[in-house]
Design a protein around this ligand. Structure first.
Ligand code: CP
Length: 328
């Protein structure tokens, strides 16, 4: 790779992935197109290519995670990177060490990338501005969860062959959801019509400023949408009294099989997980014919491989180039 090529590659995505708000339509499409050839690697008997050999990646998870943490780790391992996992409970953070001190000590051991989940909105940008390693936001507070937004876009594109012009409604706890924000930015940039549907107490007051439609009734949202992305009711925050009860929430806002009876056959149901079955979504919907929930999880690995590859200086834009470089 020449220096000029390397520099154009860095410019293609930048040093970090903090959110989808700051990405252009071209950059988002570049990630989705780069993810395509990486899907096939996970289907091989030997799921490994030498694309990130010699790179050291730290997965720094200060909040609980199953899908994102494991998916990043699989993506890193399948690209042959060396990985280390750190959680808040097992680290010196519980002794009072600051985020920046933790990261600087890791950098002193010559790392290349940090994947971070953190409970505070803005934590990923804060860190990215202070360390030379690439930083990938794996979810920061209520702010953004960009790789979740990207895998949702890829799943929608897989099943509908496009995102442009589709009607996508995010249903549920929009107020606390970083997934909602990343979806709204990404979907609007790719030309989808976006709506939200939630109790008033679970909607940010300035939600319309983001350019989305607001539905007050779940039945209206189901009738309007090509895609429903059902969000988790964040039960850990419900003691603050956002909804009267979980049973009441399911009765009024739940995505149930009975409500889907009037939906078009090709309505797509997404959920980022973890799901509260019987609360925001019923089991017969989550496991039913409209659901692409496990396809989202599968796509998560390919999207994260693409992000890691591009931030490490991989060639953007061309799926074929990525496939060639991936040894496919
Ligand atoms: N979708 C998602 O972020 O799931 P986890 O919290 O399990 O990572």
């Amino acid at each position: 790779m020449t220096a000029a090529m390397a520099s154009s590659r860095v410019l293609a995505l930048g040093k970090d992935l903090v959110g989808l708000e700051s990405l252009s339509q071209e950059q988002i499409l570049m990630i989705l197109d780069t993810a395509e050839p990486f899907k096939e690697i996970s289907e091989r008997r030997i799921k490994k290519v030498p694309v990130l050999r010699g790179k050291t990646i730290v997965n720094l998870f200060f909040e609980a995670s199953t899908r994102t943490r494991v998916s990043f780790e699989f993506a890193e391992k399948r690209l042959s990177a060396d990985t280390v996992n750190i959680s808040a409970t097992g680290s010196s953070v519980i002794k009072g060490e600051t985020l920046v001190d933790t990261a600087r000590n890791l950098e002193a051991m010559r790392i290349d990338m940090v994947v971070m989940r953190h409970g505070s909105s803005g934590a990923a940008k804060f860190l990215a501005d202070r360390i030379p390693s690439n930083v990938i936001n794996a979810g920061d507070g209520r702010h953004e969860h960009p790789t979740q937004g990207l895998l949702d876009l890829l799943t929608i594109r897989d099943h509908c062959d496009r995102v442009q012009g589709l009607k996508v409604c995010l249903v549920g706890d929009i107020l606390h959801s970083r997934v909602a924000r990343s979806n709204i930015y990404g979907l609007l940039k790719l030309g989808a019509e976006v709506a939200v549907c939630a109790p008033k107490t679970l909607l940010p007051s300035a939600i319309s400023d983001l350019g989305v439609k607001v539905f007050k009734r779940i039945e209206e949202a189901i009738e309007w949408a090509d895609v429903l992305n059902v969000l988790r009711l964040q039960l850990e925050r419900m003691e603050e009294g956002y909804v009267p009860s979980l049973r009441e929430y399911n009765r009024v806002w739940g995505v149930t099989a009975r409500r889907l009876e009037l939906a078009p056959q090709d309505l797509l149901i997404l959920h980022p997980g973890p799901m509260n079955r019987g609360v925001e979504i019923d089991s017969d919907v989550a496991d039913g014919p409209h659901s692409v929930i496990l396809n989202q999880v599968t796509n998560g690995v390919a999207v994260r491989m693409a992000v890691l590859y591009l931030l490490a200086g991989g060639q953007p834009g061309s799926a074929e180039a990525a496939k060639k470089e991936a040894g496919a």
